[in-house]
Design a protein around this ligand. Structure first.
Ligand code: SAH
Ligand code: SF4
Ligand code: F3S
Length: 443
């Protein structure tokens, strides 16, 4: 049986789809990039804003047409929209035969075998578990240079706008022994860079009544793995960024000078109604402390415009904080009402037109900062981990795409017939483009 897999949303979803992919391949299912070749579809969904949720419904509407020519075709829907609306998929799209939430993922391979045996069966795997659901990994023979490792599931923060605590459940830290075992196994199989993943990695272990090590300690343990070259993590909540974690940025050899630290808003009033539990000046203090131990830190963020009650002055404060920090890049979103979250009841709502205007202004300001920050790299030396051949190849030369220690994309021209994927090259940065850098290998 052939399957086609589609993934929306954050890196947690990408990592979940990766696991499912490897498991299905090891069971003899065949992955196909062609929708018309597929016997079944897997759609891993995101519900963080209204748009990606709507996309899922229009996608399923389109995919069900494949049933006209091949009546056995069916779909499995997983991830955050599945957790949110669950069995509704069975009613609205009868060709959906499996819905699964994040904690149900581990049971999907077995469920698929049951679906294959009984064509009338439909299965829903939507229960939350009390503990982090461990799952067996089936690694392929060849792994790429980078890997994600989950360290926790869910979130306890209930920021006023956010649906994640409802779709991913309460915070459940994974055992540090399991995390370290997986990291060691990946490095043994040639992985050079590991990104630790969780909705709020800085509160790792805090759900374990003192029975688990802290996040800072976990970073120290992973850093000690022989032959690991680079360590990153995402996402951090500013309120849980501890002095110990700040300290390790100046100490650990493998920890990259890169941090994604979502600010959401620069207005203290808005931060308060968002329930973020920090002020803009606390955020700026954190940035200062981080930059004093790690001056080269590449800092990225998430920002929301048009949260209910956001005035022009509030918005202006967000721009002010952006100018004080100078982010390397930023993901910015128009506020979107989500079902059941606190802010959906908050008033007054900001008009769509105003949100569009604010987002444009914010994104233009960020473009300027991105350019400035990239230009400040020109003339510097950096270590670039090569990921793949560049998309754009200049005539007569070859070019490779990689990332520097700060996580910036660097294209490196190098005439070599060897496959450089996974190599770490010392590079001089010669040019800044709009969203990336160009470099030359230092001989
Ligand atoms: N756990 C992470 C990311 C959560 S979702 C964190 O706490 O930072 C990713 C981003 O989506 C959030 O940082 C936020 O900027 C945005 N987001 C979440 N809910 C939203 C909503 N209702 N409307 C608009 N953007 C939202
Ligand atoms: Fe959502 Fe806040 Fe949790 Fe992030 S920390 S996932 S924004 S509730
Ligand atoms: Fe989306 Fe769920 Fe991730 S809502 S952002 S896929 S946690």
């Amino acid at each position: 049986m052939k399957y086609h897999i589609l993934t929306f949303g954050c890196q947690m979803n990408v990592a979940d789809s990766g696991w499912l992919d490897r498991s299905l391949t090891s069971m003899g299912y065949e992955k196909t990039p062609d929708e018309d070749q597929a016997d079944f579809f897997i759609v891993n969904t995101c519900s963080v804003r209204e748009k990606p949720e709507q996309k899922v419904y229009s996608l399923l509407g389109r995919l069900k047409e494949f049933q006209e020519k091949k009546p056995w075709v069916f779909a499995c829907v997983g991830g955050c929209v599945a957790q949110q609306v669950g069995n509704f998929f069975f009613q609205r799209f009868p060709f959906v035969r499996l819905v699964f939430g994040t904690d149900g993922l581990a049971m999907v391979p077995a469920a698929l075998q049951r679906l294959e045996k009984d064509e009338h069966l439909k299965i829903s795997l939507l229960d939350f578990q009390d503990l982090y659901p461990e799952r067996t990994n089936h690694w392929p023979d060849k792994l790429g240079p980078q890997a994600f490792v989950n360290i926790m599931q869910g979130c306890d923060n209930f920021c006023a706008y956010c649906i994640v605590p409802y779709t991913r459940g309460r915070q459940k830290s994974r055992s540090s022994a399991e995390i370290l075992r997986e990291c060691r196994e990946l490095v043994d199989r040639g992985v050079k860079e590991i990104t630790l993943l969780g909705q709020n990695v800085n509160s790792y272990g805090q759900d374990k009544d003192g029975q688990e090590i802290s996040f800072a300690r976990l970073l120290r343990e992973v850093d000690r793995i022989n032959d690991l070259k680079r360590l990153r993590f995402t996402t951090s909540h500013p309120k849980d960024m501890s002095p110990e974690v700040i300290k390790v940025f100046g100490e650990l050899e493998t920890l990259c000078p890169q941090l994604h630290l979502p600010l959401q808003s620069g207005s203290d009033d808005i931060l308060k109604s968002m329930g973020r539990k920090y002020t803009s000046s606390k955020y700026l203090d954190l940035v200062e402390a981080l930059r004093s131990v790690c001056p080269d830190l590449a800092l990225t963020t998430d920002l929301i415009v048009g949260f209910p009650g956001e005035t022009d002055t509030d918005f202006q404060q967000t721009l002010n904080v952006m100018n004080k920090v100078g982010f390397d890049s930023c993901f910015s979103f128009k506020y979107s009402d989500r079902p059941g979250v606190r802010s959906s009841l908050m008033q007054p709502k900001v008009s769509e037109q105003e949100k569009t205007l604010r987002l444009d202004i914010l994104q233009q300001l960020q473009e300027e900062w991105t350019r400035k920050r990239l230009e400040s790299r020109v003339g510097r030396k950096d270590l670039v981990l090569i990921e793949a051949p560049s998309k754009m190849q200049k005539a007569g030369t070859r070019s490779w795409k990689g990332r520097d220690l700060g996580g910036r994309v660097v294209n490196v021209g190098l005439d070599s017939s060897d496959d450089l994927t996974g190599k770490i090259l010392e590079v001089a940065v010669i040019r800044a483009k709009k969203h990336s850098l160009e470099g030359e290998v230092i001989r």
